[in-house]
Design a protein around this ligand. Structure first.
Ligand code: ZN
Length: 274
């Protein structure tokens, strides 16, 4: 039986150009049969997501296949839905955020946030098996943490930093209440000396132990941990394996130091970010 499916393309015109030449792969039916209930999977539409979560757009790299696009959209949809549930608003993108998939790669990173474009790019995983074909979408929460950190710092006039997590009590300027939340979390992280020392052993320690990076890694790990505990039906759409790694503060510490509570508070403030 042949399934009629729509083709997924960018929601912002003229972002890519080669994509119109992409065709469905002959393995597509096998792929969707093996992975998800067909109708649910194929119902997913990037235009609906853009509208519902007030994103500026969703774009794809020219060489991202239709299978990957469907898979990506399906997982991201559930992640956006979870963020909306926790924050109490569907205004996740503030009309500013672009979510890109495989569109602007950086060597050796699964994902990155570009503050100039307000764009979160998530990279493709390795092709081979359709299971776990993607990896970048597991970094969406990390990059979203950068996005709200930047929105907050940047819109807080008079403070000398762009990201709220970089603000310190001894700096000039008047931080807003929301900025203080980010700053407090970053300062708590720096008090975790064993964790900071562990990061300083790495060759890229300057990057790893910067306030924005430490904040974003806490944001993704604390929130993922919270979802695993409280939103069981959403577990499949998040990955928590990586949080056992050395770059992350342990789940136990996150809870014991009240950092999980802080991150949930920051997430519940999403309606107030601008
Ligand atoms: Zn980061």
């Amino acid at each position: 039986m042949t399934w009629k499916v729509h083709k997924i393309v960018d929601t912002i015109e003229n972002f890519g150009s080669a994509e119109k030449y992409l065709v469905f792969d002959s393995d597509f039916e096998r792929f969707i049969k093996g992975q998800y209930p067909k109708h649910k999977f194929l119902e997913t539409n990037p235009h609906d997501l853009v509208k519902k979560y007030n994103l500026k757009g969703i774009v794809f790299g020219n060489y991202v296949t239709q299978e990957e696009r469907f898979h990506f959209i399906f997982k991201i949809k559930h992640q956006l839905e979870t963020l909306a549930l926790i924050s109490g608003t569907s205004n996740i993108g503030k009309g500013k955020l672009i979510v890109a998939f495989g569109a602007e790669g950086k060597a050796q990173s699964a994902a990155h946030y570009n503050p100039t474009k307000q764009l979160i790019n998530l990279n493709r995983g390795r092709l081979g098996s359709y299971k776990n074909v993607l990896q970048g979408e597991n970094s969406f929460l990390h990059e979203y943490g950068h996005f709200i950190d930047f929105l907050t710092g940047r819109s807080n006039g008079g403070i000398p930093v762009n990201f709220a997590s970089e603000y310190r009590d001894n700096m000039q300027g008047k931080p807003s209440d929301i900025t203080k939340n980010f700053s407090k979390v970053a300062q708590k992280l720096f008090e975790e000396t064993e964790y900071v020392e562990r990061l300083k052993k790495e060759t890229n320690w300057k990057y790893l132990s910067s306030p924005t990076e430490m904040f974003a890694r806490l944001y993704e790990s604390a929130l993922t941990h919270f979802v695993m505990k409280n939103y069981k039906s959403k577990r499949d759409f998040f990955g928590d394996e990586k949080y056992k790694g050395k770059y992350y503060l342990s789940d136990k510490k996150i809870v014991d130091k009240g950092l999980e509570r802080d991150i949930i508070k920051i997430t519940k403030l999403i309606p107030r970010y601008q």
